[in-house]
Design a protein around this ligand. Structure first.
Ligand code: BG6
Length: 476
């Protein structure tokens, strides 16, 4: 067998992209609720267009998600039917602490997640919980300015404490922050940051980054003190950056982009800021707000595994003129002439997946967990109701093969694989429903029109077979 016996197979979602049930059972408002559909979305995500409440004339897709708040039982039953042994989902912080600073958690919110965990366990599915998948209570955004303020650490740790106590003995795998490096690219969405016109955005982002890194280390410490079996992971949006040419200047440019992400995992896994990071920040006049025993905290409480998302590789040039032609919103890239791309321009690169995994493992030597991978595509429902998503099957088969090669040929330790959006959900970057990742189709359009009925796509039975064969049979 190529995959280890206890390798976990499953899928992943995030609360704000699936739940809906916006203000139900005492839930409070969060940054992720306030990302509008349409052209203002990127400015709001970037923290340059302040939108801390719903505004007339905008549609907010997270308010409905795919209505999983009311349908989680049937959705998890479908995951079980595919044979999932792991399901990665995230907590909506404001279900547990509606404002973020209450003395007591909201029992109804906790019960919802307990029901989700119990439903998973009843099918033998291991829950993998992301504590914060971009979530930040809007009250804390208003009160503290999001993660720019150190007081966020305590609020976050309260959330962690409540979860770690409640799910002791039921949950083993946790991720402290989804794609922690995203805060450099979408600071409001990822860290609740909104910028004043004249402030130094870089300074604010790295201040927030330090706070999240300390929070992540302290969460790891707390977890182990509550249950020594807890496995705590860090997570980044990964994807190798290739140089546009063999010109050493291009190779350097690509390396510098990779380092923007390694900035985070270096701390979370090695336990300290790398020299290049300290030098780069110092050159830019950016100060990290390291105080008290922060350095010891970071050093002592490092991650057990490295979770990452991989969708595609990127290409970078040292030439600013060439870089002007880069495309893509959150992680811009040049076109790679050797690769095909998805309908959203994301370049499809299974070997890049193997390269990325090797880079990460060579650098850190701790187990990897592939917690997001998948193809966002437009699906068509045929007149007979079937959805023939062969393009998705091909993408996933090639990427699973790359993972198999990384294990068999390169000897990498990989704990599991959760495909992104195992059920169709709202796209984080574009807010669209049309960009579908699922094995399960959800009948809803970009504006929530539809029955929300679930349908199995062709990839559903394909993934079922992949899991049943423990990754040996990838044929379509
Ligand atoms: C990751 C996020 O960045 O990529 C997910 O963790 C997101 O929340 C996924 O949905 C895919 O991106 P998109 O923009 O296609 O939804």
């Amino acid at each position: 067998m190529s995959f280890p016996k206890d390798f976990l197979w499953g899928g992943a979602t995030a609360a704000n992209q699936v739940e809906g049930g916006l203000m139900e059972d005492g839930r409070g408002l969060a940054n992720v609720d306030l990302l509008p559909f349409g052209e203002q979305r990127y400015a709001v995500m970037a923290g340059t267009r302040k939108m801390l409440q719903f505004e007339a004339g905008y549609d907010y897709p997270a308010t409905r998600g795919i209505d999983m708040y009311h349908r989680y039982q049937t959705d998890i039953a479908l995951f079980a039917e595919m044979g999932f042994s792991v399901y990665r989902f995230s907590i909506s912080w404001t279900r547990i602490f509606p404002q973020g600073d209450e003395a007591q958690p909201n029992e109804a919110g906790l019960r919802f997640y307990e029901n989700m965990v119990d439903t998973c366990l009843s099918y033998g599915i291991t829950p993998l919980i992301t504590i914060s998948h971009f979530d930040c209570p809007i009250y804390l955004v208003e009160k503290f300015g999001g993660w720019r303020n150190r007081q966020m650490i305590d609020a976050y740790l309260r959330l962690c404490e409540v979860l770690f106590i409640r799910f002791k003995g039921k949950v083993r795998y946790w991720i402290t922050f989804n794609e922690i490096n995203m805060l450099l690219h979408a600071p409001f969405m990822a860290a609740g940051l909104v910028f004043d016109e004249h402030e130094n955005q870089e300074q604010v982002k790295y201040t927030a980054a330090h706070h999240e890194l300390v929070a992540s280390a302290l969460a790891t410490k707390l977890a182990k003190s509550i249950d020594n079996h807890y496995q705590i992971g860090c997570m980044i949006a990964a994807g190798e950056n290739y140089p546009n040419t063999p010109n050493p200047a291009d190779i350097w440019a690509a390396k510098e982009i990779d380092r923007e992400s390694f900035f985070f995992t270096d701390v979370q896994i090695n336990g300290y800021y790398s020299n290049y990071a300290l030098k780069t920040l110092a050159r830019k006049g950016i100060k990290l707000p390291i105080i008290g025993d922060d350095a010891d905290i970071l050093r002592q409480h490092t991650a057990d595994f490295l979770g990452f998302s991989y969708y595609s590789s990127s290409v970078a040039s040292s030439d600013p003129k060439i870089n002007e032609t880069r495309e893509g919103n959150l992680f811009p890239t040049l076109k790679n002439p050797y690769l095909a791309a998805s309908e959203w321009g994301w370049q499809i690169d299974p070997l890049g997946f193997r390269i990325t995994m090797n880079t990460l493992y060579d650098r850190y030597h701790i187990p990897l967990f592939v917690v997001e991978n998948g193809l966002g595509a437009i699906d068509t429902v045929e007149p007979d109701g079937s959805i023939d998503d062969d393009y998705r099957i091909i993408y996933l088969a090639q990427h699973i093969q790359a993972m198999k090669d990384a294990i068999e040929q390169d000897g990498l330790e990989i704990l599991g694989y959760t495909t992104w959006g195992c059920i169709d959900l709202v796209s984080a970057s574009s807010g669209e429903m049309k960009k579908r990742y699922g094995f399960i189709y959800v009948d809803s359009d970009n504006h929530g029109k539809g029955t929300f009925e679930r349908k199995r796509k062709k990839s559903f039975s394909w993934y079922q077979k992949v899991i049943a064969s423990h990754g040996e049979d990838l044929s379509n």
